[in-house]
Design a protein around this ligand. Sequence first.
Ligand code: NAD
Ligand code: WQD
Length: 338
Amino acid sequence: MAVLVTGGAGYIGSHTSIELLESGKDIVIIDNFYNSCPKVLDRIEKLAGKGFAFEECDIRDRAALDKVFEKYDIDSVIHFAGLKAVGESCQKPLLYYENNISGTVTLCEAMAAHGCKKIVFSSSATVYGEHNVSPLKETMIAGGTTNPYGTTKFFIEQILQDLAKSDPEWSVCILRYFNPIGAHISGMIGESPNGIPNNLMPYITQVAEGKREFLSVYGNDYDTIDGTGVRDYIHVVDLAKGHLKALDKILDENGVFVYNLGTGRGYSVLEVVAAFEKASGVKVPYKIVDRRPGDLATCYSDPTKAKEELNWVAEKGIDEMCADSYRWQHQNPNGYED
Ligand code: NAD
Ligand code: WQD
């Protein structure tokens, strides 16, 4: 039996694929390389010391999905495939609704048609919207999302819940990630954004590598420790390990399960810059600029439920996250283009 990993060539999918292979699982990765590069596949195999199946496939293509399910013996799916740029989603909402929502519906239809009804879904802290106050708990009412990307995650959560309600054979685990950063300790795989990074850590690493002049810090007048935004950064390898626990859960039990994957601790932008400078030994020049529209002051998790029910906790701290992010960038200044 194999686990189907959609979007397995991407940042979180590649790290999770390694953990799955190292734990002895057989996997089939599918990806359309919209936001990733085939090179990562060799690196996954090298790092895991184990081969796996790969098919270039778009999750919106039902016929291609059917072929994958016919070719391999798949009993569960970890579903990473999706578009994730908040700004782009405001400019191209239909692209996001079509890719993320239609893609997930098509994937679930193909799964059901082949009797595979177990899915772990990559959701996001963004589904907590603006009205909930950190620490964010799974019992809080989700919704009130502020951009089409976030809304796709909220809608997909609803769709999966409805699906599980309609058919008790389904088992769904919704994982709400906080802010994944870091990279595999080898420095061979990591986050490789196209163009100007939207997120804090890839921007910092590109400044440290001399590819960008300075970091723009989006506002220092929030009600936080130093006025800059506070987030719950989580090492991508800890996040990857959370998926193995989630998979065990749904292989064991039917139903819908929702978990935060975060550390429970927030760091401000300036705290991250300081931790990064300490870990890398490289100075990160920055300028304070206006707030970025749509940003919240503070967002961090209550990770208790994942600890109690999945026996999962994030183990890596901010120093390791920064050191690993820097190693990846320094060894691959142009990401997978090198
Ligand atoms: P990523 O862009 O690196 O990986 C996503 C992968 O999915 C890419 O390889 C892309 O080519 C592929 N893909 C996209 N659309 C596809 C389609 N229609 N068919 C097949 N493949 C497709 O992103 P990531 O950071 O690894 O994120 C993985 C998942 O986790 C996404 O669903 C994302 O929304 C979610 N998530 C990410 C973060 C984050 O900060 N990175 C936070 C919360 C949730
Ligand atoms: C973190 C902090 C910024 C860049 C986004 C998505 C969310 C999730 C994770 C997928 C904030 C500040 C950033 C910069 C800065 N993705 N910042 N200068 O906004 O918490 O979450 O990614 O689900 O949905 O919204 O992450 O890394 O963009 O920002 O000062 O150049 O860094 O203002 O306080 P965010 P981020």
